[in-house]
Design a protein around this ligand. Structure first.
Ligand code: F0G
Length: 458
């Protein structure tokens, strides 16, 4: 008999999670103004709000916590992290930050000014937020295939190089401080970018004299997909692939809360000393001194170890296969999800799931609320709420995809949990014809409104 697949780790510490009744959950979600961010975590049975900062650290990472050096300047933890970053990514210079959006804030403060254009594949919401806050524009050059959820394409995070070249040709070089490539591309469904696309993009950027930075939160998952899907890389190790990927970038921002499996942390990697120098000023201003930048010594140690944990093939294989296990359960029942399965999450196509709910009534949010009420499973809307209003017209933006994301924390849940999640979603699917109305906004913030929005049932 062929041996089945099994997780590449065993469990040393557990945390209880609480069941609740449908009646409880109906009351709790109303109290939370129908905003899933507003629900207390002990009112959630399985939490798929995010894979960010929610992973389980390894015994090696916890050991490293005890060895942290909390010196203000020149801590050994800083040098440990610097060596790990150099080893894994190849970048000589780095700045620690407290998380990914802080890395964006520091980097963009040194690079982006009003009226600038920042092309790339679909920018993540904080990235776009930081660009638009500076009155600059993020231009999405993702391939069209990415927006057809049913289409199975191996690299839906790829940039359409024709679209990119049009942008590069139609604006003066001084207006384009950098191109941002998000790996994997969260906003298009946790979809990877191929090595071929990275290489070609860098060649084009060099031709136009423009820098490329990677938004690298899930770089290791991207490398795994390259190994599995790009013929030339099938025999290379994840770390070799990662090194080649970053060779096509002038720098990177990192939310370490994802692929480096820590609960908090981030950094910026730089190839060029002058970029590091310019950003350093803002790091001291916003984050902290250069050798800690918003992180404690123990956190830098755990992060250094996490970069190694997160780039091990066996770990990544377990991780990506668990996400696919959930994806297949939903697929087999005919639930409309994005293909191929994402690296960190399964994305449900909410417009197809709930065709009777009008787009003005926040379809994906409606679905997220139904699934929470059904089973205490918390997903997150990646749709009209997240897309915010157009900063110029004030109108709602209706994105090409209206998705509900089920993000799977790393090394946290078992496949029994995946079975439970699938059952809850299937139950909602079975009664989808009765769900005809959604929600309206009572109160919202001018930017990144999804975090704090208050909603009312229609
Ligand atoms: N870039 C990408 C691609 C991300 O997915 C995130 C965060 C960030 C940057 C910002 O990093 O949270 O450390 O400040 N994504 C989380 C998510 C929040 O749920 O997908 P951060």
């Amino acid at each position: 008999m062929e041996l089945p697949f099994a997780e590449s780790y065993k469990i040393k510490m557990v945390e209880s999670i609480k069941r609740s009744t449908r009646q409880d959950r109906k009351k709790w979600i109303e109290e939370a103004d129908y905003n899933l961010f507003n629900i207390k975590s002990d009112r959630v049975f399985i939490d798929l709000l995010t894979d960010s900062g929610t992973g389980a650290m390894s015994d090696k990472q916890w050991s490293e916590m005890m060895l942290g050096d909390e010196s203000y300047a020149g801590a050994s933890s800083f040098f440990k992290l610097k060596d790990a970053i150099k080893d894994i990514t190849g970048f000589d210079y780095f700045l620690p930050t407290h998380q990914g959006r802080a890395a964006e804030n520091v980097l963009f403060s040194s690079k982006i000014k009003e009226g600038d254009i920042i092309p790339g594949n679909s920018h993540f919401d904080t990235t776009k937020g930081h660009i638009e806050y500076r009155k600059a524009h993020a231009i999405d050059c993702t391939i069209d295939e990415a927006f057809i959820t049913t289409l199975d394409h191996p690299f839906k995070g790829n940039v359409d190089l024709n679209k990119l070249e049009d942008v590069l040709k139609s604006h003066p070089k001084e207006k384009i401080p950098l191109i941002i490539l998000t790996i994997t591309c969260n906003s298009s469904g946790g979809q990877p970018v191929s090595m071929e696309n990275m290489r070609a993009l860098k060649e084009m950027a060099d031709k136009y004299g423009i820098q490329v930075f990677f938004d690298s939160a899930r770089f290791a998952e991207n490398a795994y997909f390259i190994k599995m899907r790009e013929e030339a890389y099938k025999d290379m190790s994840i770390r070799e692939i990662v090194r080649e990927m970053f060779s096509y970038a002038d720098g990177m921002t990192m939310s370490s809360k994802k692929d480096a499996i820590v609960n908090m942390g981030g950094f910026i990697g730089f190839r060029h000393e002058e970029d590091y120098d310019k950003a350093s000023v803002f790091n001291i201003l916003f984050e902290g001194y250069l050798s800690y930048g918003g992180m404690s010594g123990r956190d830098m140690n755990a992060l250094a170890q996490g970069l190694y944990d997160g780039t091990e093939f066996d770990y990544l294989d377990t991780r990506i296969k668990q996400v696919a296990y959930l994806g297949k359960k939903l697929k087999d029942y005919g639930i409309p999800i994005q293909y191929p399965y994402g690296g960190h999450a399964i994305f449900i196509d909410a417009r197809k799931f709930l065709p009777k709910v009008p787009k003005e009534q926040y379809i994906a949010q409606t679905l997220g609320i139904e699934i929470y009420i059904e089973g205490g499973v918390r997903g997150v809307e990646i749709g009209t709420l997240l897309a915010d209003r157009d900063p110029e017209t004030g109108e709602n933006r209706y994105p090409d995809l209206e998705l509900l994301r089920l993000a799977i924390p790393r090394r946290v849940y078992t496949n029994n949990h995946m079975d439970y999640i699938a059952a809850a979603i299937i139950n909602v699917y079975d009664r989808r014809d009765q769900i005809k109305t959604g929600f309206e906004i009572v109160k919202e913030a001018p930017i990144l409104r999804h975090f704090t929005v208050k909603l009312k049932k229609i």
